[in-house]
Every structure is written in C-alpha cells, then in structure tokens.
Design a protein around this ligand. Structure first.
Ligand code: NAD
Length: 464
C-alpha cells in the first residue's frame, strides 16, 4: 500500500516538474529572483524553527545551526541574488578570423528538471544550497532530503510549499526505496550528496539515461602537522573542525599525521582545547552534537575496539553520545583507518620523514579535503602540489567551504563537480556556444569543389 502511495507521489512530482519547466516560468530571470527572495524571507521567518528541528534531530548546537546551516545558506542566497541578473546574460567572447564578421557568445541554459538527493549530516544546508543554485540557473527541482533527519526534512517541505509553485520545487520524503524510484525516472541533471558507496549507485542510474551528475561524496581527509607549525593554534583549529557537528562533517579532518617531534605537545594542546570548548563533562555541554543514527553510533563504537586511547572514549547508546576521542597510533589495517570515520574519533599518527607521510596519504583514495599546518612555505607547497584532493586549507580546517568564490567538491572517489556561488550557477547551466554570422561577406574557401583550396588549407590554423 505504502509503495503505491510513494509511486504516485514520485510520478506526480516528476510530471509536475517537467510540465513546470515546459511552461517556461522557471527560466524567467525576474521569477527566479522573486522566488529566491521569497526563500530568503522564509528562511529568516523560520530560522528559530529550523534550529529547533536540527536540535530535535541530533542535538545540533544552536550556534552551529546558525553558522553552518541557515546563515551559510542566507549568505549564498544574498550573493546569488546580487549577481544573478548579470550572470544570466549571454557572455560575449572573441570571434575567430575565419568567421569574420560575427558575434559570438555563451548562453546559459537551464538543464530542465533536476533531482537533488541529500544526506543527513548538514540536513538543511545540503538540501537548500544546491536547490538555490539549481533554481538560480532556471531549473525545476525535485528534492529528496535524508530520511534520518525527519524534523528538518519536514520543515524543509513546509518552507518549499510556502515559497514555490507546485512543480517548480517539490519535496519528496522517503528512504532508499523512494530514492531508487526517483532515480529510475529520466532527469536532466542529478545532484547527489552522500557516501561514495551510494554515489556509485547514483552514477550507474544516471549512466543509463546519460544524465549529467554532480556527486558530492566523502573521503578520508588527512591533516598534516609538521615540526614548524604553531602547535597551540593548530590544536584550536583542529578541535573546532573535527568536533563541530560531532565529527559528522564531510570535510572534517579524519586523521592527523603529526611530526613525531611535536606529537606530545600537540596531543596536550588538543586535550586542553577540547576541555576548554566543551568542559570536563562533555555530555552536559550544549555545544556538542550527537550521532544522528543508531547504526552510525554502533559503527563508531565498534571502531574503538582494541585501540589505544589518549583521551575520551566515553559513549552512551541511549543518547547516541560519543565523546571527542583521541586514538594513539592506530594500525593502518584497523577498522578506524580503513574508511571515512565520520564521527568524533581522531586517530593521531606520527611520522618521521616526509616520504612516510606521502606513502600513507597515497594509500587511500583521493580525499575530499586535506589540511596542512606548517610555517614552512616550501613544505606547504610540496604537500598541496604533490597530492590530489578536493580542496583544503593551510593552517586551518574546514574554512575553504566559506568562500563563495571557491568551488566546493571532490575529485576521484570524493566526487565529481564543484558548486557554491557562481560555480553553482554554472554547474546547473548548460553553456550553449552560439555564433551569429553576418550575411554581407562570404569567403569561398570552405566550399566544394575543394581542389583549388587544398594548398590554402595548410594555413587554416592561423584563421580558426
Ligand atoms: P548516504 O549515501 O547513505 O545517503 C545519502 C542519500 O542517499 C540519502 O538521501 C539516502 O536516502 C540516499 N540513499 C541511500 N542509499 C541509497 C541507495 N542504495 N540508492 C539510492 N539512494 C540511496 O549518505 P549519508 O549517510 O546520508 O551521509 C554521509 C556521507 O555523505 C558521508 O560519506 C559524507 O562524507 C558524505 N557527505 C559529503 C558531502 C560533500 O559535500 N561532499 C557533504 C556531506 C556529506
């Protein structure tokens, strides 16, 4: 019975989305601006309720909800609204001599109906931020939030219903089955955020219809601290980036690679910083979130088995609480070092020479983020240039996501494509190349019979 209902809502959503796109309404720049302004007003109106929903879902601290969810999206909206009219205009490019005289331009065209599938870890931001980009580019959207953050997903559906016409943006709630039903339909673009495992499934579905995709996936993000780093400042920035959202951040440092000469000092500073941030009784801190699902809680606690702990290790199943935990030199074969941790466990591994460092990092698939703490510019440069990863920061963690001018995305196993700011607008637009040729001049050299032009053809490289 439930499947039938889901089937009909999925079918309706797809049909409405395609019809709305065909109506041409979503393409009108004035309409895009007006609905995005409406969305901004709705987020401001519901900001407290969004924070409450996030707290009910996994006790997300209010500051983190404002900074990383609502205000983050509002900043993106403001920036896009400021520039959209200009971005939407055809972009003139130089013509080539062979076509002289002509007018040449790139025209941004929306793809059509876009499917967005989101994860639970930043359940508001990761639904709304791609949605803003897709709508700004003139598409219609069907959005499937994660089934694991019910309160936030319900509120998103309400907000979307208040702002958008049916068919312009539609929210479909559901889990894996619903996601698969949606994927079985034909889309003009699929934007997925989630695990690499599911990303591969999405890619296979998209390939069947040759649908273009963006895959925003995860990875095992290394954080390197060399002997020259400012240790107390590094510790402060690592603790912030790692334990925000209880470590459930796709670009959080996954493990530390610290030069052995500064390891002890770094561990001491990290412990001091954890206690300063969350107090001695961390479970009572209003600033530390919980693990979002029971299965992730069990998975993370399982990773502690047989590990040497430097700090933490407390956990409470009834509250899905795991304290910030430092693991001492886990073996690279152990569970915690096999894949992405995605929780508040921080392995600390020391290295002696730079070659060891690269060997460890290169043993994993290309990560979504990489961080290097060092005062040595040459060392920073070697790490950044020699290793492939989605994006990162020198002497800080996570902040690369806050600059709207930087594309946000992975490479290899950590994803395909990058978005935010103008990159979002471009990502959700097909770039149509057009030449308008004048009728008043005509060079004969390209037309058959070619015989007389064969010699001239060797000079074409200078005119094309
Ligand atoms: P997930 O891959 O389990 O789920 C993401 C979405 O896919 C959900 O909406 C879910 O319903 C759907 N889904 C799950 N299994 C499916 C299947 N078999 N077929 C079709 N759809 C399916 O990810 P998650 O656990 O919600 O999120 C955590 C992961 O997301 C981590 O790996 C993290 O690194 C990654 N992530 C990446 C980014 C990024 O921007 N690159 C941001 C946040 C999270």
């Amino acid at each position: 019975m439930e499947t039938t209902l889901e089937n009909s809502s999925v079918r309706n959503a797809v049909m409405l989305s395609k019809d709305y796109f065909k109506s041409g309404q979503s393409k009108k720049i004035a309409h895009r601006i007006s609905v995005l302004k409406g969305l901004r007003a709705a987020i401001l109106r519901h900001e407290d309720a969004i924070c409450d929903a996030l707290y009910r879902d996994f006790k997300k601290p209010r500051f983190e909800s404002l900074a990383t969810e609502t205000q983050f999206v509002l900043a993106e909206l403001n920036y896009i609204l400021k520039n959209l009219e200009w971005w939407g205009k055809p972009q003139k490019v130089n013509g080539s001599l062979s076509n002289f005289p002509s007018r040449d331009w790139i025209q941004y065209e929306p793809y059509g109906s876009v499917l967005i599938i989101a994860p639970w870890n930043y359940p508001f931001q990761l639904c709304i931020s791609p949605l803003v980009g897709a709508v700004a580019a003139g598409n219609t959207v069907v959005l499937k939030p994660s089934e694991f953050t019910f309160h936030t997903a319900t509120l998103i559906e309400k907000i979307v219903g208040e702002v958008f016409d049916p068919g312009h943006v539609t929210v479909i709630q559901g889990g894996v089955e619903t996601s698969q039903e949606l994927l079985a339909k034909k889309w003009d673009y699929i934007f997925f955020t989630g695990s690499t495992r599911v990303g591969k499934i999405i890619y296979q579905h998209a390939a069947k219809q040759l649908t273009p995709v963006t895959l925003e996936l995860g990875g095992k993000n290394p954080c390197v601290i060399d002997a020259t780093a400012n240790i107390s400042l590094s510790a402060k920035r690592i603790v912030w980036g790692k334990f925000m959202n209880a470590g459930q951040t796709c670009i959080a440092p996954d493990y530390l690679l610290v030069h052995q000469s500064v390891k002890e000092k770094l561990v001491g500073e990290i412990v001091k910083r954890i206690e300063k941030s969350y107090g001695k009784e961390i479970d009572a801190s209003p600033d530390f979130a919980r693990i979002a699902t029971k299965s992730h809680f069990t998975r993370l606690v399982g990773m502690l088995a047989g590990q040497e702990l430097l700090f933490g290790g407390d956990h409470e199943a009834s509250d899905k609480y795991i304290s910030p935990t430092l693991l001492d030199e886990p073996s690279l074969d152990s569970e915690v070092m096999k894949g992405e941790i995605f929780g508040p466990l921080l392995p600390i591994i020391s290295y002696q020479v730079e070659e060891d460092l690269e060997e460890i990092i290169l043993g994993y698939e290309k990560p979504l983020a990489l961080y290097v703490f060092s005062k040595d510019r040459k060392f920073q440069k070697r790490i950044i240039n020699n290793l492939s990863f989605g994006g990162g920061a020198i002497n800080d963690t996570v902040i690369q996501i806050t600059n709207k001018n930087l594309p946000f995305g992975g490479v290899g196993n950590s994803g395909i494509g990058g978005y935010h700011g103008k990159h979002s607008f471009e990502l959700f637009s097909h770039k149509k190349g057009i030449i308008r040729k004048s009728n008043w001049m005509e060079l004969p050299v390209r037309y058959a019979p070619y015989k007389v032009f064969v010699k001239l053809a060797k000079w074409f490289k200078h005119f094309l």
